[in-house]
Write a protein that binds this ligand. Structure first.
Ligand code: GSH
Length: 248
């Protein structure tokens, strides 16, 4: 059984898209990052980075103990490789896909995430002037849409001449262009690609997973909102949990 530790954010949805494309059964393990589930000792054993998504394959094909993987890119490579789908293994296609996965994990995900962070931070006067940070990351986001637009020039898919995990991993963040202040008409190749990927039934399904988990912020008290904000923004190193025992 595949157990997916998940919360409905773009990073989580990369994996649900792939699982839906693969039509694999999986058990969703809601990991409420606002409440702090990502700091539970048992979750940190799976994902020491205190981030979801994470995957546990309780019966790996290679045999042995259950296999735990964190980082969405690694999870997607594992699923694609073990099923033999959406990641051609022959050269040079294999690395055409890998380079876009690396690009997404090192550029699109982090920079888009920081743009969102500083845009939210700028709404609180106590944080001071955030103009520099918002500008820096908004420029990066614009540059990165441009990178995809170049990468998709005269190409239907990002890599390997076929629909792969490279497209799936880049889709959920790219789909949020409107709230990022992006004019999609500047990036016609991305616009065309977003429309085609977004129409796939498995992509629609994967993007909708966990919608019922979302909370209406209006139902949260001011104290709870402040507690969650602190939990998500002021993180420092987590000591080895006492529950792990001496042997770890
Ligand atoms: N590079 C990681 C990023 C994962 C990530 O940032 N997850 C966020 C939600 S989108 C999270 O779990 N945040 C919890 C926290 O900040 O404590 C991946 O792609 O898996």
């Amino acid at each position: 059984m595949l157990e997916l530790y998940f919360w409905p954010t773009p990073n989580g949805k990369k994996v649900t898209i792939l699982l839906e494309e693969l039509e694999l059964p999986y058990a969703l393990k809601p990991t409420h990052i606002g409440r702090g589930d990502q700091f539970r000792p048992e979750f940190l054993r799976i994902s020491p980075n205190n981030r979801m998504p994470a995957l546990v394959d309780t019966e790996p094909k290679v045999g042995g103990n259950p296999l735990a993987i964190f980082e969405s890119g690694a999870i997607m490579m594992y699923l694609a490789e073990t099923t033999g789908r959406f990641w051609p293994m022959e050269m040079p296609k294999r690395y055409d896909v890998v380079q876009w996965i690396m690009w997404q994990m090192a550029n699109q995900g982090p920079k888009f995430g920081e743009q969102g962070h500083f845009m939210r931070a700028s709404q609180t006067p106590a944080n001071g002037d955030q103009t520099y940070a918002v500008r820096r990351f908004s420029d990066e986001v614009h540059r990165l849409y441009g990178v995809m637009n170049l990468g998709l020039f005269e190409k239907r898919w990002l890599a390997a001449g076929e629909y792969t995990i490279a497209d799936m991993i880049c889709y959920p963040w790219a789909a949020g262009w409107k709230m990022r202040g992006i004019d999609l008409d500047e990036f016609p190749n991305v616009k065309r690609w977003l429309a085609e990927v977004g129409e796939r039934p498995a992509v629609r399904k994967g993007m909708a997973v966990g919608a019922e988990l979302q909370e209406d912020p209006a139902t949260l008290s001011d104290e709870e909102k402040a507690r969650r904000l602190k939990l998500l923004t002021n993180q420092r190193a987590t000591p080895i949990p006492k529950e792990w025992g001496e042997a770890i």
